[in-house]
Design a protein around this ligand. Structure first.
Ligand code: C2E
Ligand code: MG
Ligand code: MG
Ligand code: MG
Length: 290
């Protein structure tokens, strides 16, 4: 009789222990459980071609949907994911979600592009490129439909960055530097790395229309990008005045709440169908010829 009682007591103790640990999981413990349970969802923010007003793609932006249904913004868990190495499996989940949710639309419309955010470890390890290649295999999606973006932090290890970016571009993906202007030694990165495009950070877009010194920096970022032959995407466009300024200075693409916020896949698919063929809203001659 003692033996079964002992077993039951032991099981109760183990159960209590597991329950206790579960309840008092550290933030890192919670995040790694979220990775195991694949609790991440991707929202899509439309990218608009300024000259035509057409939607030509979207940026994939990850959110953590907790079991209780609350959505956690990426700013609140990406830093921990990057510190702990959990970013690699999260990036994999984002890539797989993008492909499974948008495959049909990407294959039926080659004008659709999806931008995926990569972290420093994704670039350094090069693993993200294998994940994208594996996810695209046999889907019919063209590599040219995939844009990869990373902040300057992702390019700090310049040698591995150069290898990864060169591989990415030879496969056909376009590569953009994200949040441009917020890091440091921006100019040296721009000159030495094989890049296709530059995303102007929202903090610079915010200064458009003000008289601040930063506003003229914004103008110089645009002309420098053009000198280097880089495409330009302005992020965080919220006002018509900002859009008009960017159009006047021939910035090709914009993202921002003036157009649309990030939205779930089903909503983006509906949005894209309505906005992919938009007619120009502004006559050509409004351009000042700069
Ligand atoms: P980001 O890549 O610069 O993305 C742009 C952020 O600005 C997004 O925030 C977007 O929702 C927000 N935004 C866009 N337009 C406007 C606007 O007009 N006004 C305002 N106030 N905000 C606007 P979100 O989705 O919270 O993402 C924050 C950051 O988290 C991203 O900045 C990116 O650095 C990171 N992130 C998001 N998804 C991923 C991912 O899958 N992987 C990695 N490594 N990082 C990600
Ligand atoms: Mg981004
Ligand atoms: Mg950005
Ligand atoms: Mg940003």
């Amino acid at each position: 009789l003692l033996l079964p009682v002992g077993i039951v007591v032991a099981m109760l103790l183990v159960g209590a222990l597991i329950w206790g640990v579960r309840r008092r999981l550290s933030p890192l413990g919670e995040l790694s459980l979220a990775v195991k349970r694949a609790e991440f969802v991707v929202h899509y923010q439309p990218i608009i071609e300024l000259a035509s007003g057409r939607c030509i793609g979207a940026e994939a932006l990850v959110r953590w949907r907790r079991p209780d249904g609350t959505m956690v913004r990426p700013d609140l868990f990406i830093p921990l994911a990057e510190e702990s190495g959990l970013i690699l499996p999260i990036t994999d989940q984002v890539i797989r979600s993008v492909v499974s949710e948008l495959k049909a639309l990407l294959v039926s419309d080659r004008g659709l592009h999806i931008a995926i955010n990569l972290s420093a470890d994704d670039i350094k390890s090069g693993r993200a490129l294998n994940s994208v290649a594996a996810a695209l295999l046999h889907t019919g999606i063209e590599p040219q439909q995939i844009w990869l973006e990373a902040t300057e932090r992702g390019f700090m290890d310049v040698n591995s960055a150069r290898v990864t970016l060169t591989n990415a571009r030879s496969t056909g993906y376009a590569v953009a530097i994200d949040d441009f202007g917020t890091g440091y030694s921006s100019l040296s990165y721009l000159q030495t790395l094989p890049l296709d495009a530059l995303k102007i950070d929202k903090s610079f877009v915010d200064t458009i229309g003000t008289d601040s010194a930063t506003s003229s920096v914004t103008r110089h970022i645009i002309s420098m990008a053009k000198t280097l032959g880089l495409g330009i995407v302005a992020e965080g466009v919220e006002t018509q005045e900002q859009a008009d300024y960017l159009r006047k200075h021939r910035v090709e693409y914009v993202q921002g709440w003036l157009y649309a916020k990030a939205m779930p896949a089903a909503d983006f698919i509906a949005y894209y169908r309505l906005n992919r063929a938009r007619v120009p809203q502004v006559p050509e001659d409004e351009d000042d010829g700069l």
